[in-house]
Design a protein around this ligand. Structure first.
Ligand code: CP
Length: 304
């Protein structure tokens, strides 16, 4: 039995196989319509979500399986004080696989240690969001034709953004990648990440102004300044509109640069950018369904 806690839990070869399967699902969905018949996915979400929870539920339904779960802690027995460890032991009696999101870093890992079914980390605090990373990698590989040999700018909340942390961890395994971290001083990428890049001799640069770096980027990964991770409202209000990607800034970029965003967005991408063919964040969400279908099949041993 295998869990998914971090994107590094899969080798790059295993990721290639997962993405090949996801691309085949995209092309031939009918082939997979019964792949997980009789299996049950539990979605245990202690934190709000639209994309991750519903794409998991859509993925399992499209594979012919069923879904149970809860969408917030208040409607589960966590509100009566039940621990994650006890909850997963119960969920193991009801389902065959579980996707868990939790505001506490490491909670899905604790669950996996007591679980008798595969547990997927669907986002834990500011730590990791491995299935978003699988979505991001599949999007890049499908639309750019490669994973590697590019300059990627990550912009916005690089301090608390778990999608950013997960994506950097995953990308360091590919060749010839240069990172540009674009953030205000207060939301800089954590030292443990830049230390890792230094130790591996992976080039990176930190800048504050998005405009100055736009012409150099092959990929721009925008992120939201996350109100829920701030300790005081004043700091959030000061930083929330620090970056707004608009048509004028897009005019500085390469013709084939892609804009990704894990979503939800607030103001950081103006809606006028949605019409630009380089804006692929809605396509990215669609890839999220294919890659979660491939992941569920793989963890349930239905991929062969
Ligand atoms: N990208 C993402 O994790 O979105 P949700 O919070 O809506 O699941």
């Amino acid at each position: 039995m295998r869990h998914l806690m971090s994107p590094l839990d899969f080798t790059t070869k295993e990721l290639d196989e997962l993405f090949d399967l996801a691309n085949d699902i995209e092309k031939n969905p009918e082939k997979y319509a019964h792949a997980c018949e009789g299996k049950i996915l539990a979605t245990c979400f202690y934190e709000p979500s639209t994309r991750t929870r519903l794409s998991f539920e859509s993925a399992m339904t499209r594979l012919g399986g069923s879904v149970i779960g809860f969408a917030d802690a208040a409607s589960s027995s966590a509100s009566k004080g039940e621990s994650v460890s006890d909850t997963i032991r119960i969920i193991s009696c009801y389902a065959d696989i579980c996707a868990m999101r939790h505001p506490k870093e490491g909670a899905p890992m604790v669950a996996s240690e007591k679980s008798s079914i595969p547990v997927i980390n669907a986002g834990d605090g500011g730590h990791q969001h491995p299935t978003q990373t699988l979505t991001d990698l599949l999007t890049i590989r499908s639309l750019k034709g490669r994973l590697g040999s590019f300059t990627i700018g990550l912009c916005g909340d690089l301090k608390f953004g778990r999608t950013v942390h997960s994506l950097i961890h995953a990308l360091v395994r590919y060749d010839n990648i240069r990172f540009v971290f674009i953030s205000p001083e207060e939301l800089r990428v954590p030292d443990y990440i830049t230390d890792k890049l230094k130790s591996k001799n992976i080039p990176y640069q930190e800048v504050i102004r998005l405009e100055e770096i736009m012409p150099e980027l092959d990929l721009l990964y925008m992120t939201r300044v996350q109100k829920e991770r701030f300790f005081n409202e004043e700091d959030y209000v000061r930083l929330k509109d620090f970056y707004i990607l608009n048509a004028a800034k897009m005019s500085l970029a390469k013709k084939d640069m892609l804009v990704l965003h894990p979503l939800p967005r607030v103001n950081e991408i103006s809606i006028e950018v949605d019409e630009d063919p380089r804006a692929v964040y809605f396509q990215q969400a669609q890839y999220g369904v294919y890659v979660r279908m491939a992941l569920i099949m793989t963890l349930l041993g239905k991929d062969r």
